[in-house]
Design a protein around this ligand. Structure first.
Ligand SMILES: [Zn+2]
Length: 320
């Protein structure tokens, strides 16, 4: 039997899966992503988790036929590394992935495929939930916003796996909220899990109405806003603004990539499908000059990128 390895390197956790050429996962392992101090420390953690997953699957690492890596951060595909990972630590430096995994698994470098986590998520959702769909976009609304694109049956990578950085589409040209990247009016500055609370506070400052939303609490987060949907007028006003901007962003994505299916995932969406996904499904067609895609909730949840990384490890010729 042929064995393959998938890795999902996130800011909080690193996970590895071992599977066969059907993409079925046989064993997994996980660890906390170390917060530095160096990229080498993160690389070591990745190697350890891969070794643990192999051991749990009773597979010798040198018997693995290919590996796929889904990663957060800004990628350098030529170097096979994460160039910078501000979510882990601003000073962590490059995290080498392809070379060290190739040597651990005794593979050629080109048998190790590195992609962004959203790109891998698109591959995972398509493989497991929409295998017959040639044109699909996987949109994640979580701490940030991003997309993975499958066009004409092929995952779109772009320079250094940057295709699909849709969270930085300008959806509010008049500005008002500053994105984590420092620019005004970007989609995720309003609608990501990290920024819905900031947006809510900004709206409340402009118009301080009575509300049960705990705006002043230290731990105030997006879930607090969504929890008051339908019961608090201020929460509904915030969420109406967020929804309108989500629809605007989703329309830009559909106009750019023409998907047949728009899969919406990420914690903000999967925790609030009725408040996040349903309005996009209902209102998107009215914003489009092209045929509306089917809008559907992601099925794999947190496992999309890991499952996709495993699929990316399997050469087309070896797939069943
Ligand atoms: Zn931005």
């Amino acid at each position: 039997m042929m064995h393959f390895v998938g890795v999902d390197l996130g800011a909080s956790n690193v996970r590895a899966a071992v599977g066969d050429r059907t993409g079925e996962i046989r064993a997994t392992a996980r660890a906390r992503t170390p917060a530095g101090p160096t990229g080498a420390a993160v690389t070591d953690a990745v190697r350890e988790v891969v070794t643990a997953a192999c051991s749990s699957a009773d597979v010798d690492p040198t018997d693995v036929a290919g590996a796929g890596v889904a990663s957060m951060g800004r990628l350098d595909l030529a170097a096979g590394a994460v160039a910078s990972a501000p979510n882990v630590d601003a000073d962590v430096g490059p995290i080498r992935l392809v070379g060290p995994l190739a040597s651990l698994l005794d593979l050629d470098r080109d048998a190790v495929t590195l992609r962004s986590d959203t790109q891998a998520g698109a591959v995972g959702e398509r493989f497991h939930a929409h295998p017959d769909v040639e044109d699909l976009v996987y949109l994640t609304i979580s701490s940030g916003i991003g997309a993975g694109v499958i066009a004409d049956g092929e995952p779109l990578t772009g320079r250094d796996a940057n295709a699909g950085e849709v969270g930085h589409i300008t959806i509010a040209p008049e500005g008002g909220m500053t994105c984590g990247c420092g620019r005004e009016g970007h989609w995720e500055a309003y609608c990501s899990g990290n920024n819905v609370p900031r947006f809510a506070r900004a709206l409340h400052e402009r118009d301080p109405v009575d509300t049960a939303v705990p705006l002043a609490d230290e731990g105030f987060d997006a879930a607090d806003v969504y929890a008051h949907a339908g019961t608090d007028a201020f929460a509904d006003r915030v969420l109406e603004r967020v929804t309108a901007l989500n629809v605007r962003g989703a329309a830009a994505v559909v106009h750019a990539y023409a998907p047949r299916v728009l899969v919406v995932g990420g914690a903000v969406a999967t925790n609030n499908p009725e408040t996040v996904v349903e309005p996009i499904r209902r209102r998107l067609p009215g914003e489009l000059v092209v045929d509306a895609p089917e809008v559907t909730l992601a099925e794999l949840g947190d496992d999309a990128a890991l499952a996709g990384a495993l699929v990316l490890a399997i050469p087309d010729a070896d797939r069943p």
